[in-house]
Design a protein around this ligand. Structure first.
Ligand code: A3P
Length: 291
């Protein structure tokens, strides 16, 4: 049941991919934060890249009006996976980062309410199904072709980024320590414009109606998929199997119903449903459900 050491290592109870190192993730506790820094924080497959694109479109005029051809990963690099060896201290302000870190491993300054955090969650059945497909595409992840086995690993937190429930519970129960905005994938899907405005408000950016329209237009699934700056198609060849998927796969609510059997769904509910009820987030499991 343990994840393969070839693909992950553990640090303080959390599984990291081997593209980073134990020394580096341990050093992040002391990583200096500026008040203007913004972090998109998620459990994997919850809409990170989508939120990266929205934030980039809001913050960078050159991204919004198409005059600058900079990939998302360079605009909003990964804090704990510095795969391009960038010097994060030298990034122009405000610095924007993405991270999958749990609340207790982020830079200390963030816990003192410096910087801002946008925490995005998604219903965990869709997260799990997205993660399952993603593992076939990302060659750096462990391949678990048997969906049932993958589900057991996911429920036990024996995957990169560990337990979904621990991640979300941790961030929700420590929200007071942070300057944090909670968003759900489903609310973004159902009303993208409102989500964009929430982010603008949270980061203190005033855009005109036309600019907001432009952000919304460029952040739809269909348009992002076509945009090489936003669809992560430029990831190194040794990280992805391009014939086996993409970062933007289906982009819907309720895709879990296409793969999970009734028995699997019941098993999932048996492990997680009661615990999920104690979270302050209302999850949407079906495209027809009201927010
Ligand atoms: P699916 O695999 O269900 O399609 P992350 O960026 O955290 O890895 O999350 C990936 C999920 O977000 C994928 O879900 C992907 O398709 C979805 N996604 C990315 N951009 C999106 C968009 N603009 N609209 C809706 N879903 C999007």
């Amino acid at each position: 049941m343990e994840p393969s050491k070839e693909h992950v290592f553990e640090y303080k109870g959390f599984y990291f991919g081997v593209e980073t190192s134990l020394e580096y993730v341990a050093s992040l506790e002391d990583f200096e934060i500026n008040d203007s820094d913004i972090f998109i924080t998620t459990y994997p497959k919850s809409g990170t890249v989508w939120t990266q694109n929205i934030l980039s479109l809001i913050m960078h005029e050159g991204h919004r009006n198409g005059t600058e051809n900079v990939d998302l990963i360079d605009r909003i690099p990964w804090l704990e996976y510095n795969i391009k060896n960038m010097n994060y201290a030298d990034l122009p302000l405000p610095r924007l980062f993405a991270t999958h870190l749990p609340y207790y491993l982020v830079p200390r300054d963030l816990r003192n309410r410096r910087g801002r955090i946008i925490y995005v969650t998604r219903n965990p059945k869709d997260v799990m199904v997205s993660y399952y497909h993603f593992s076939k595409f990302m060659t750096t992840l462990e391949q678990i072709p048997d969906f049932n086995l993958f589900m057991e690993r996911f429920l036990a937190g024996k995957v990169l980024a560990s337990s979904w429930l621990d991640h979300v519970t941790g961030w929700c129960s420590h929200a007071e320590d942070f300057n944090i905005l909670f968003l759900t994938y489903e609310e973004m899907k159902k009303d993208l414009r409102s989500a964009v405005l929430k982010i603008c408000n949270f980061v203190g950016k005033k855009l005109s109606e036309e600019e907001v329209d432009s952000v919304v237009r460029q952040a739809t699934f269909e348009n992002m998929r076509k945009d090489p700056r936003a669809n992560y198609e430029n990831l190194p060849d040794d990280m992805v199997a391009k014939d086996k998927g993409s970062f933007l796969r289906k982009g819907t609510i309720g895709d879990w119903k296409n793969i999970m059997t009734v028995a699997q769904s019941e098993r999932f509910d048996q492990v997680l449903k009661e615990k999920i009820k104690t979270l302050p987030i209302k999850f949407i499991w079906d495209i027809k459900d009201e927010i």
